[in-house]
Design a protein around this ligand. Structure first.
Ligand code: AMP
Length: 220
């Protein structure tokens, strides 16, 4: 089972992605998380991209395509994977297609921009684990502190207001066209799924579970 989860920043791709990857027992692959981990570990190849990412711009296609292809070539991806944050441009989608990768589904989580700004501006992040909280929707047990390690939580550079605006425009201009690319993909015809991403995490999760059950119950 191979799928891609789409949605603007703050749509809940990471949160719902964990649920979907467990549902199908496939790894969840977030290119954003791979990049953040590499930067944290001082990867020389990605150091120069730090400012770009903090501002909310996309990193160059050739860099991210190498990262993604390298990751999906690992053994744990033999029976499939769920991609979160890749492909984000038409050229990235074409790079996957060139490898003859047949996607089973493309899921788009739809959330309006007012709600996105509300979600991202309340987001808190634990750098060493990647755990994410929200000030009101999913608060840590102790304000500003990671539940598991007791370490401080931060606001990601790319979750600052100016970067949120940039990331939203990048999504509209560069990533939304990728959805049309898959809708019109007559070679592999991935199942195209759309879900209303407004409401609580559980509500959205239930909608997704229903959709997946309708289309893929025989694949579980
Ligand atoms: P994310 O956590 O998916 O929002 O990704 C965080 C940041 O990593 C993005 O704003 C981009 O700067 C970079 N990034 C992640 N995935 C990609 C991609 N597929 N193409 C280009 N840049 C990416």
């Amino acid at each position: 089972m191979k799928g891609v989860i789409f949605g603007p920043p703050g749509a809940g791709k990471g949160t719902q992605g964990v649920f979907i990857s467990n549902y199908f027992s496939i790894p969840l692959i977030s290119t954003g998380q791979i990049i953040r981990d590499a930067i944290k570990n001082d990867s020389p190849a990605l150091k120069g991209l730090k400012d770009m990412i903090a501002k909310g711009a996309l990193v160059p296609d050739h860099a991210i395509i190498d990262i993604a292809i390298d990751r999906i070539s690992k053994n744990d991806c033999d029976s499939g994977y769920l991609l979160d944050g890749f492909p984000r441009t038409i050229d990235q989608a074409k790079a996957l297609a060139l490898l003859n990768i047949r996607l089973d589904f493309v899921l788009s989580i739809e959330v309006d921009s007012e709600e996105i700004v509300r979600r991202i501006s309340g987001r808190l992040y634990h750098p060493s684990s990647g755990r994410t909280y929200h000030k009101t929707d999913c608060p840590p047990l102790k304000e500003g502190i990671d539940d598991v390690t007791g370490e401080p939580l931060i606001t990601r550079d790319d979750d600052q207001p100016a970067s949120i605006k940039k990331r939203l425009s990048v999504y509209t201009e560069q990533t939304e066209p990728v959805l049309s690319f898959y809708k019109n993909d007559i070679t592999y015809r991935p199942q195209f799924l759309q879900v209303n991403g407004m409401g609580s995490i559980d509500l959205v999760k239930n909608r997704i579970q229903k959709l997946l059950g309708t289309h893929f119950s025989s694949r579980l």
